[in-house]
Design a protein around this ligand. Sequence first.
Ligand code: SF4
Length: 178
Amino acid sequence: MLNGQLKPAYNLQNGVDSEYITWLDVSQRPSDTRTLIPFLKYMKDHLSFRYRDIVTDAGYESEENYLYLYESGQTAFIKPNNYEKSKTRKYRNDIGRMENMTYDGEKDCYICHNGQEVLWKYDKRTKTDTGYIRITSVYRCEECSGCPYKTECIKGNNCRTPMEERRKTWTLYLPQSG
Ligand code: SF4
């Protein structure tokens, strides 16, 4: 179990096994997400074994962390960032969320509340502060014109484009905390 305590000038992390602290790390990395990999690397270098199951709270969820654990043969038990939110009725009834649409794997598209396809358009690459290259996918629906569910489905009240001209677009990525 990994716990983070954020202080003004440093970030203290501790690893716990059966209620005993087995490793500590102090760094100036401001977010817990970015502490996980260095923490596990230092621990592996100094202990004579490596833990197979890694349990953390939601602050440690990121694609980079999942990939690291997968490649090192460890199992991630990381609470998803949106776990609490995803249990609410508001979240589950939100027709604009991809999680509430049906995915068609053959076409790589989601079927929206209006029965239209929200299709994969392109991938984009971004580099995180740690140098990790993250690939995210952009999906868009081309049939939003005249949709009776549009104001429920398309969010972003500050968007300058008039609602009648807007189309449902989202970027599929795994959030990075902090
Ligand atoms: S706004 Fe577009 S994506 Fe949303 S329900 Fe209507 S047609 Fe589907």
